[in-house]
Design a protein around this ligand. Sequence first.
Ligand code: HEM
Length: 309
Amino acid sequence: MSRHGDFDAVRKDIAAQLQKPGYDDGSAGPVFVRLAWHSSGTYDAESDTGGSNGAGMRYEAEGGDPANAGLQHGRAFLEPIKEKHPWITYSDLWTLAGVVAIKELGGPDIPWQGGRTDLVDDSKVPPRGRLPDGALGADHLRFIFNRMGFNDQEIVALAGGHNLGRCHGDRSGFEGPWVTNPTRFSNSFFKLLLQLDWKPRKLATGMTQFVYEDPDAEEDEEPLMMLPTDMALKTDPGFLPWVQRYAEDKELFFDHFAKVFAKLVELGIKRDAQGNVINTDNQLGGYVSAPKKSNVPTGPTKGQPRARL
Ligand code: HEM
C-alpha cells in the first residue's frame, strides 16, 4: 500500500508489469496503450460526454462492446497494481498505464495528471459505436476524430499508435503486427506504410486487410499488415503530408504524438488552476476509487483467454 496520491510508486509498478513472456510479443505495453486510448476515445465534444473520466469499461455496456474485445487482458494485468495501490481510480490507472508503456517501450515522455474518478454505476457509460472501425476509410476517421476535437495532423499522429502491438483474429478479426518490432515505439509504421507494396487480402474471418509479402521471408514468418483505415492515411491528400513528415522525422513525430496523446487522455476532464479535477462527479464525491475487481479476464473474446496471470 503506497501513500495516497503517490503516482510515482504506481508508475514503477506498471513498468514492472510490462514484461509478459508467453503473451503476444512478450509485453503488456501495447494492450495498455490501447486500453488508455479506448477509455478516452469515446469522448463527444458536442455533448461533453464519454472520455477517460469514469472508467466505464468496468461495466458490460462498455467493456462488452465488441470494439473493446481483448482489452480485458490489459485490465486484468493491471489488477495486481490496483490491489497494491487501492486508492488509485481505475480511470487514472488505465490512462497512466498507457503513458508509462509508451515511455518504457522507447517512446516520448507524455505529460499526465491524475484526478479522474470512477463511475459508481453504468448510467453515464457512453453509447457504443463511438470508436473507429478499421474496415472503413478517411471520411470515417474524420467523422470519429473530429467529434473528439482532433484535426487531420492529430489524427495521423495518433494513428502512429500502430507502431506498437498487433491485431488478433479472435478480437477484431484482423491479424498480425504493423511493424517488425511491435514492442518498440518508433516511426516505423509511417515508413513501412509509404515504402512497402501493400496488397489486399481477405482473411478467414471475412475481413479484408492489407499485407506485405516479403519475398525473403522465412516460411513461418508472419506478414506485416495494415488496416483499411491505415491505408486511408496514405491515399487521402489531407493525411498524406503528415505521414510523409512523420516517416522522415522521428523527433517531430515523437513531439506531436506526446502532445496529442496527452490531449486524448484529458478529453472531458475539467481542472481548476491547481490541476484538481472539477467534473461534477468529483465535486460530489471527491477522488473516489472503485473497489478492486477480479484478476481473471472477462470480456467479449471468443475461446480461451491468452493472458497468463
Ligand atoms: C485511427 C483509427 C484506429 C483504428 C481503426 C484502430 C483499429 C485497431 C484494431 C482493429 C486493432 C486490433 C485489435 C486486436 O485485434 O487486438 C488495433 C490495435 C491497436 N491499436 Fe488501434 N486503431 C485506431 C487508432 C489507434 C490509436 C489512436 C491508438 C493509440 C494512440 C491505437 C493503438 C493501438 C494499439 C497499441 C494496438 C495493439 C493492441 C494490442 O497489441 O493488443 N490505435 N487498433
